[in-house]
Design a binder for this molecule. Structure first.
Ligand code: COA
Length: 179
């Protein structure tokens, strides 16, 4: 077993973590799902829900997934583009489903799918999908390593590889911070 400072690789198992590692470190162990009823305060005067109301919930459910896995404080580092492909209306139930696709050293890519359906029943439709990068931080707000992600099947392995490519692309396009 490698030590904590050595960078997380697949065989690195953190001794200090309780919940994340203890929960198994699998995709299923940190999966989070929230169902929300859209009410008038979520919407504009025509009854269409604000995109920001959906994005806020995406952020929260992604935070739950990342925190379950990391078992430490996490912050939102970035949102990838989120294309709204269908509107959401007041009185609809919206389901937010979040799971990990990729885990680096301190960063975690969370895939959130949002589906809506009328409260009275009817077909579910995909509203938006987003990738959120969460970073685990220590009490001084510095990035801190997270447990490796234990992959259980081919679909998870494929998503992990795709996530790795996206994370490298984010790193490549981030550029230096403004001073
Ligand atoms: C996210 C944050 C902790 C990164 O700190 P940093 O010192 O730049 O971190 P590093 O460059 O050492 O990167 C740490 C990890 O985060 C990833 N990362 C950093 N910035 C990122 C970004 N914008 N998008 C995606 N990943 C990012 C790095 O790739 C690295 O991943 P790895 O450890 O898995 O290899 C820091 O920028 C921060 O605190 N931002 C504010 C977060 C916040 O408050 N969010 C809520 C807004 S209200």
């Amino acid at each position: 077993m490698r030590a904590k400072g050595d960078n997380a690789g697949p065989e690195w198992v953190p001794e200090a973590f309780g919940v994340g590692a203890g929960a198994g470190g699998t995709v299923e162990a940190s999966r989070a799902s929230v169902v929300r009823l859209m009410v008038p305060t979520d919407a504009n005067f025509t009854g269409n829900v604000f995109g920001g109301a959906i994005l806020g919930e995406i952020d929260r459910v992604a935070y739950v997934t990342a925190s379950r896995h990391a078992a430490t404080q996490c912050v939102t580092a970035s949102f990838d583009r989120a294309d709204f492909i269908a509107p959401v209306h007041v009185g609809e139930l919206v389901d937010f489903d979040a799971c990990l696709t990729y885990v680096g050293r301190a960063s975690m890519e969370v895939w959130v799918r949002v589906q809506a359906e009328p409260l009275s029943g009817g077909p579910r439709r995909l509203v938006v999908e987003a990738y959120v990068t969460m970073v685990a931080v220590d009490p001084t707000m510095r990035p801190t390593p997270v447990p490796p992600l234990r992959l259980a099947n081919d679909a998870e392995r494929r998503r992990f590889e795709e996530g790795r490519v996206r994370m490298e692309e984010r790193r490549r396009t981030r550029g230096p911070r403004p001073r």
